[in-house]
Design a protein around this ligand. Structure first.
Ligand SMILES: CC(C)(COP(=O)(O)OP(=O)(O)OC[C@H]1O[C@@H](n2cnc3c(N)ncnc32)[C@H](O)[C@@H]1OP(=O)(O)O)[C@@H](O)C(=O)NCCC(=O)NCCS
Length: 213
């Protein structure tokens, strides 16, 4: 058994696994930030039904999945920023299944997300983070993102939350590490972590697929 971690484009058949990660991560990371009743009522099948995996169109969000021989461990969704000028992309979602936190999967996914945003032509990107989600704030700051001072209330999946905007300049392709460089930077040798990581993410995605935050 190699237990290699691969980042690839998500497809329609990943919807249930993506939704399971999505709901599990919300129920733990957002406890105390989102009402308990909302979190406890979340159902993966309801989320899965609302994804747009498998649809095509250059302007639609694209989702990448991190998978190993135990299944889907996390995912990232990128696309055009919802309310920014042209040339600005958005990290729309990034979730790792809770039992796999702090193993380097989020870092691997976000670096693929940066590379995909650059490949889509974006020179800058934004993301919206729940106010109070301090572990994720530290994660993003470690990956070069900074709050830009914008805060608002937003409805996400039917619940009103306070969010703050983070922003990052994306390196020009000539400055950026190649995907292979990112993959060989897999940081962990712990017994819980996959021993090595590989990548099958191509610069030109086969299909667009989307998950909202
Ligand atoms: C945020 C999240 C994606 C990070 O993924 P991850 O796989 O756990 O992160 P990594 O192991 O790649 O961490 C990379 C670095 O980020 C920082 N970091 C990550 N989690 C952290 C935490 N809980 N506290 C402090 N720093 C943290 C560290 O610098 C870490 O490097 P190190 O472990 O070598 O010190 C993951 O915790 C998650 O899915 N959280 C719930 C969902 C969420 O909040 N998503 C963001 C929505 S906008």
């Amino acid at each position: 058994m190699t237990n290699a971690l691969t980042v690839r484009n998500a497809s329609a058949t990943d919807a249930a696994a993506v939704a399971a990660v999505h709901v599990a991560a919300w129920q733990i990371a957002y406890r105390g930030l989102v009402p308990d009743g909302y979190l406890d009522a979340m159902r993966p099948e309801e989320r899965a039904a609302r994804y747009t995996f498998g649809s095509t169109g250059a302007s639609l969000p694209q989702t990448m999945a991190a998978v190993d021989d135990r299944g889907l461990r996390g995912f990232a969704t990128v696309g055009r920023a919802r309310d920014e000028a042209d040339g600005v992309g958005e990290l729309l979602a990034l979730y790792v299944e809770p039992r796999s936190w702090r193993m380097g999967i989020g870092r691997l996914l976000i670096r693929h997300a940066h590379a995909r945003l650059r490949a889509l032509g974006f020179e800058e990107a934004v993301l919206w983070l729940l106010v109070g989600n301090e572990p994720a704030a530290r994660f993003y700051e470690a990956e070069g993102w900074q709050p830009d001072g914008t805060r608002r209330q937003e409805e996400i999946w039917g619940v009103n939350v306070d969010v703050i905007r983070y922003r990052r300049v994306l390196a020009r392709p000539m400055d950026a590490p190649a995907i292979d460089d990112v993959v060989t930077a897999w940081p962990r040798s712990s017994s819980r972590a996959p021993p090595r990581a590989t990548s099958s993410t191509s610069p030109a995605p086969a299909a667009d697929s989307g998950v909202r935050v």
